[in-house]
Structure formats: C-alpha cells, structure tokens
Write a protein that binds this ligand. Structure first.
Ligand code: NHW
Ligand code: EN5
Length: 387
C-alpha cells in the first residue's frame, strides 16, 4: 500500500506481466507545454529555493542538512557524511542545472530543512538510450518527517525536470519501493579491522583473535600491477573508449562522453581516486576507481567517523579483475580508508569472496521513473554506479 508511489508512473508490485512485454515509457507522451508552470504548494511557512552549490554558504547548508539528517544504516549506528568537495563534484557534472538543486527553507528563519537533486545523465537500459536525470540526496529534516513532504519534493523535481523535456529518471535507495529494476547486495572488505570492530561496523569472527584478524586483512603498501598510475587529463579519450567498450555488455549503464569521463574520473584526493594501467606502448589497458564517502559514527566516544571507499568504475583489460581490485584495496588502505565497499554488480560476485569481502546488512535497489522493463535486471548485469 503505497499512497504516493501508487499514483506515479513507476512499475507497481504485482502488475500483470502484460502480453506486449516490451521496454518503454509508462505515461502517455507529453510536451513541455503540458507541464504545470507553478511550483507545487508547500505547507505554510515553507518556501522553495534553488540552491547555489558555488556559494560556500549554501553548500555548507546542504552539507550540514545531509550531515545531520541523511541516510543511516538499519541500526542507526552510521550516517553518510558526504564532504563539501564531494557534493560539489556530485552535483555539478557537465550540463548540470542549478534549478535541479532544489531546497526547502523555513520562510521566517531561512533555515534549510529539505533537499532533493537531479543531474543529467544518458543511461542505456537494455537497447534504449534514455536522456534521464539521476535523482539523489533526497532529505527531510528529522523533525519534519512523516508529514508527506517527500512526495511534494519528488513532484516538484519531476516538474522542473519535465520543463527541460526530460521524462525519465534513475535513482537508487536502500528501501523497497515500487518497483526495483535491480536489487543489489553490499559487501565490505575490512582495511582497518581494529577500528571497524571498535565502532561496531564489524565483529571479531568466532574463534578469531584480534592478532589473527589483523594478519588476515593485512595488505602490502604498494599496488602490484606494473604501469598502474593516477589517471591524468591526457587519458580521457582512451578511458572513454575503454569504459564504453566495457559497459556495452550491461543491461543498465551510463553512456559517458569525454567531458563526463573527465568530470567523473579526474583524480581528486578523498573525493574520487582514479588509476589507469598504461601498457608499454602507452595504451591504457585498465581502469580502477573508487570514491570516498565517510560516515559519521553515531554515539561512539572513541571515533567520530569512518572513512569508506566505494568501488566506482573499474575495467579489467590486460589485468585480471581480482588483481586490479586487490590493487584498489591496497590504494584505499594506503590513503587512510577504513573499509572498501562494493556491490555485487559488474563481475564482482565472482571475486568478492577471494578478496575477503564479507556480506553487508544493506541492499541497494535501482529504480526507473516512467520506464518499464520487460524483465528485471540481475545484479551482475548492472553497470551503473550512483553516488
Ligand atoms: S535514497 C536516500 C533517501 N534519503 C534518505 O533516506 C535520508 C533520510 N530520510 C529522509 O530524509 C537516494 C526521509 O525519510 C525521506 C522521506 C525524505 C527519505 N525514495 O514525507 P514522507 C535518493 O535520494 C516515500 C523515494 O511522509 P519521510 C533517491 C514513502 O514510501 N520515496 O516521508 C530519491 C512514502 O510514499 P508511499 C521514498 O520519511 C528518489 C512517502 O515517501 C523514500 O518524512 C526519489 C512518505 O513521505 C525514498 N528514499 O521522508 C524519487 N523514502 O507511496 C525520484 C520514503 O509509501 C523519482 N519514500 O506513501 C524521480 C523524480 C524525477 C522524475 C523526472 C522525469
Ligand atoms: C543513494 N545513492 O545500510 C544511496 N549500509 O551493507 C542511498 N553495513 O554499511 C542508499 N547495521 O554490514 C544507501 N557491516 C543504502 C545503504 C544504507 C547504509 C547501509 C550497510 C550496507 C552497512 C555494515 C555496518 C552494519 C552496522 C549495523 C555491515 C558488516 C561488515 C563485515 C566486514 C567484515 C566481514 C564481514 C562483514
């Protein structure tokens, strides 16, 4: 019983698998002229604002809202703590629109109490190349929860996106909503087991001592793959081609042009770490990348935060995937990350166990707005990573 989602153009649970089972839009086609011109109504004393990420003050307000009120794990022990530099990177890719950085303020005090964002992306779903927005950072202040504000934010961002003649969206969430196109599992690889155990992120396994645990997860200081180095701007054309060739085999994947690859994969310390393998003749044969997303540790007096690396786009070409991923673990450890997180997407399922990942208690569901797929996409055919 989804009072809001039941009214939206999304796949519904228990829908008849129609005989004309083909991928396509759910709503009848509309034009920009059909789109409502006025913003949706907010309760008394709240107002819409377009947030300017380039203003340090406004970026700080978004950062602080998310830092106190964004996603937590099921046991409310950890909360995502996106850095300001990360948010700037996440919200300003090529073609970004400030009006899709949509905030809600209290009129009298100006306090920012809710946020939702969209960024432009071309996403291929099976054989359809869709002009979409990726929706992220939906957040309502804890004191304003369960007042049906989220549906208003979602309808307003939909309107603002539709005004740009875009009719499809992609989003991910830990929660189950109508209706996932894919359901993926989080896995975790301890890099700093002592701290992870100390904060309750992981536990000492049965019949394991701390000393044996430290030894089990120990990593070398340096990556092992010859020719592995930080990605540089000059690599963008080759990386774009390498990535496109790899992603074409997935059922859902972004189509990234050179400017987007430059944006998403330029090395930025503690935001996105990208490395390539350069072969003897100068050819780029492999790509490895991860992004840094700390979590604050709720109510621990020894540690404030947990520094997590999340697998981003990794393309094995000349290097076997297990070796490339092990180098990712080494690099993440060497740059002070406490844990390396990955989903069972791409070809990961085959290699996570041998690299000493353990299964997490969280799932990530992928959703499409106004797009129906004939069949769910299995996690090993997911080739899209959202931040
Ligand atoms: S997922 C992370 C979402 N954020 C958080 O979890 C932060 C902590 N939680 C909160 O801030 C990544 C609040 O709990 C939120 C809900 C704001 C989540 N997605 O206002 P009400 C994203 O950002 C439904 C979608 O009373 P609330 C992706 C819920 O099922 N819907 O709840 C965002 C119910 O609907 P129902 C969600 O707790 C994608 C309704 O909200 C949801 O005060 C957005 C209740 O509203 C979620 N994560 O606020 C969709 N969580 O049908 C984009 C709950 O069950 C769609 N709900 O009655 C595309 C738009 C663009 C289209 C363009 C063509
Ligand atoms: C929008 N783009 O639940 C994304 N994280 O497993 C928003 N668990 O960290 C949606 N509960 O399993 C995000 N440790 C949805 C995810 C929300 C956050 C979340 C999970 C993912 C997580 C950890 C900590 C659990 C704490 C108690 C977890 C076990 C790891 C252990 C490491 C050593 C080997 C065995 C496993």
């Amino acid at each position: 019983n989804y009072a809001f989602w039941g009214t939206q153009p999304v796949a519904q649970f228990g829908e008849q698998p129609s005989s004309s089972a083909a991928d396509g839009p759910i709503d009848a086609p509309k034009t920009v002229e059909d789109v409502r011109k006025e913003p949706y109504g907010l309760p008394q004393n709240f107002e819409w604002v377009t947030c300017d990420i380039n203003s340090d003050k406004e970026l700080e307000e978004i950062h602080d809202l998310l830092g106190a009120h964004y996603v937590e794990d099921d046991d409310n022990m950890f909360r995502f703590a996106y850095s300001k530099e990360f948010l700037r990177w996440a919200l300003q890719p090529p073609g970004f629109q400030a009006v899709w950085h949509c905030g809600v303020r209290v009129s009298t005090t100006g306090k920012l109490v809710a946020f939702i964002s969209g960024i432009p992306a071309t996403v291929r779903v099976n054989s359809s190349s869709l002009k979409t927005v990726e929706i992220n950072f939906l957040c309502v202040h804890k004191k304003l929860r369960h007042k049906r504000l989220a549906p208003v934010l979602i309808k307003e961002i939909t309107r603002r996106v539709n005004l740009h003649d875009i009719w499809q969206a992609v989003y991910t969430a830990g929660v189950l909503l109508p209706k996932p196109v894919a359901e993926c599992q989080y896995w975790h690889r301890s890099l700093n087991p002592k701290k992870l155990i100390g904060i309750g992120f992981s536990r000492l396994a049965p019949r394991m001592t701390m000393a044996r645990t430290l030894k089990l997860y120990k990593l070398p200081d340096q990556p092992v793959t010859p020719g592995l180095r930080q990605m540089q701007p000059k690599d963008v054309p080759q990386v774009t081609a390498l990535l496109a060739g790899y992603l074409k085999d997935y059922g859902i994947a972004p189509e990234l042009d050179e400017e987007e690859v430059r944006h998403w994969l330029s090395f930025q310390e503690d935001v996105v770490h990208s490395y390539v393998v350069e072969g003897p003749g100068g050819a780029i044969t492999d790509l490895l990348s991860f992004y840094t997303l700390p979590s604050s540790v709720i109510g621990n007096d020894q540690y404030d935060s947990l520094k997590a690396a999340y697998m981003f786009y990794t393309v094995p070409g000349a290097t076997p995937l297990p070796q490339l991923m092990n180098d990712a673990l080494i690099l993440a450890h060497a740059t002070g990350h406490d844990v390396f997180n990955a989903l069972d997407i791409f070809e990961n399922e085959k290699i996570l166990k041998e690299l000493k990942f353990g299964i997490g208690d969280g799932k990530l569901r992928y959703y499409l707005f106004n797009w129906r797929v004939a069949q769910d996409i299995p996690s090993n055919k997911v080739g899209l990573v959202m931040l």
